[in-house]
Design a protein around this ligand. Sequence first.
Ligand code: KIV
Ligand code: ZN
Length: 392
Amino acid sequence: MPERVYIFDTTLRDGEQSPGCSMTVPEKVRMAARLVELGVDILEAGFPIASEGDSEAVDAVAREYPWASVAALARANRLDIMAAVKALRNARRPRIHTFIATSDIHLKYKLKKSRQQVLDEAVAAVRLAREYCEDVEFSAEDATRTDWDYLEQVSKSVVEAGARTVNLPDTVGYSVPDEYGAMIGRMVKSLGDSAIVSVHCHDDLGLAVANSLAAIQNGARQIECTINGIGERAGNAALEEVVMAMNTRSDRLPFETRIDTRHLYPASQLLTSLITFGPQPNKAIVGENAFAHEAGIHQDGFLKERTTYEIIEPKSVGVPESKLVLGKHSGRHALAKRCEDLGVLLTREQLDRLYERFTALADRKKGLRNEEIAALARETVADSKASTVAAN
Ligand code: KIV
Ligand code: ZN
């Protein structure tokens, strides 16, 4: 039986707090509709102490989708936690997510606190949050640069204080998969069934997804991630990538989520329309080119059997169809198929002529639009008919 992994979406919090990604309350509510439809298990809607808008967004999302588990972020202090309690007052399934940094570098330069002080504050914060909310998550910020013995001590203490989920973030995207997997494995062993171990990876070295997957292979059961991988600096682990890795490679990753993958692309598209940038064209799963084929050899294989060059069926992630891009690398097969789709039927000889004209033009351009191809094909057919008449 595949093991269940919970998807904690933080598009509306970690994602939204990054440059170019801020959203208004109504925009967050619209995005939340897509996330709920997608089937995320927990939806982090904001950081209430940060702004009135964040607080309102948490409340609006919780009211609009009462059946969803809605989380609000709070630092490990009374003011933040009470702001989260207030924002979540109407939520039927509230989660308070409280955090404090645990690495020596953060303790020394940012917090100017001792390990004991941080431990005490973490425990006190979880106890306070538990007075208002049954579902409390604790995050040890910068866990991957924290001394493992101390991290284990903090993790055990917050669970004793009432945390149900312990999140061990790679806040600065510094870890590598085998190291992160080992750290998670040790904490999972130490906590046993007393709490769910969660992961939250940033992509500074491009390893956020790989690290998240290494973590679940070592016992973590919650992944924090965002649509299109948006988030602080280089972003967070991309939700669509972790989910599709588990779906596509269930032989190596025998885990199950509740995500309805057909909503991945629509969710990505909506997010793109709400913020200032979209995913890069070659982004896995949701990028413009994720299901586009240009090279002649690839197009030929694809037309004979899709799976020669595609490991995911586009419709399964909500992408309408694969694209055969006609450019200077394309072959005759793809050109003939495109002309047929555009309603122009060609003889073998006409196709040869068209192909010659097409490659000469494609060499000078980045790609040809359908209208240009249709015009060129019609022109070629007309020329070939005219030369036949002249010859007779
Ligand atoms: O990256 C991080 O450590 C965070 C925490 C607040 C969970 O975003
Ligand atoms: Zn983060």
